[in-house]
Every structure is written in C-alpha cells, then in structure tokens.
Design a protein. Structure first.
Length: 133
C-alpha cells in the first residue's frame, strides 16, 4: 500500500498525477483547473442563492462574474417550499417543472406558477468550464 500523508500545508508547483484513489480528509483548495478522466476540464464549482419572484413562473438573474452561457453547466437547482423541503430539477406538475435555462445574458429559473414556488429561497450549483487549450 502506498500513501501520501501531509500534515500542514503542501504545495505542488507542477502536475500531480494520481493513479488510483485520492482521499481528502479535511479541506482541499485547488487553484487552476481540474480534469476528470479523459473528460472536460473545469476550474470552479460554486453555489449561488436567491429568492424566486413573488408572482409568475420564472426568475431571471445575471450570470455570476466569470460565468457565461458557453462556460456554465447547471449541476443542481433547488427551491425550498413552505415546509422546508427542497424541490429539485424536474419537480412540478404536468404543465411545468423546475428547470434552468441559460440565455445569452442571464439564467432563467422556471417553475410552476403556484405559491409553493413563489417568493421562495433557491440555490443553484454552477460549474464553470475552463477554456479549451
């Protein structure tokens, strides 16, 4: 069994390759990008919160700084209802379900036009993809 134990701070100035499993027991901070497998490279995953509109069936908000329609992926979206339950993507009724749409200049959250979805706290988890090299 091969282990790398680090107590305190450690810095890798070039590349760190992991052949098998990597476990982080406490906190980990990454500056730069992360490539998973042979897949895409991303440099940030961040949660944003807000409140849905008090009327209608949609809420618009601007892209966070550094995010745009091309580099943004929606990982999760939840709206908290009056009982504290978090309703996720796909929840709703036959006419309209919770979803997020990326427009050129903003993100739109869609939900059924009913009170359990209006004026409620939402949280959305966005991933920012890195520029292709």
């Amino acid at each position: 069994e091969k282990n790398l134990d680090v107590e305190g701070n450690a810095e890798v100035s070039e590349n760190l390759g992991v052949q098998e499993d990597l476990f982080v027991m406490e906190n980990a901070e990454m500056l730069g990008t992360l490539t998973v497998g042979a897949g895409s490279t991303f440099d940030q995953i961040q949660e944003f919160t807000g409140t849905t509109a008090s009327s209608g069936d949609a809420t618009d908000f601007s892209f966070p700084e550094g995010y745009n329609r091309s580099n943004t992926r929606v990982l999760s979206l939840q709206i908290e209802n009056e009982t504290g339950n978090r309703l996720g993507i796909g929840t709703g009724d036959a006419l309209k379900r919770i979803n997020a749409v990326l427009f050129p200049n903003h993100i739109r959250l869609n939900y059924p036009p009913k009170d359990p979805y209006r004026g409620r706290t939402f949280r959305i988890l966005l991933m920012r993809m890195s520029a292709k090299k």
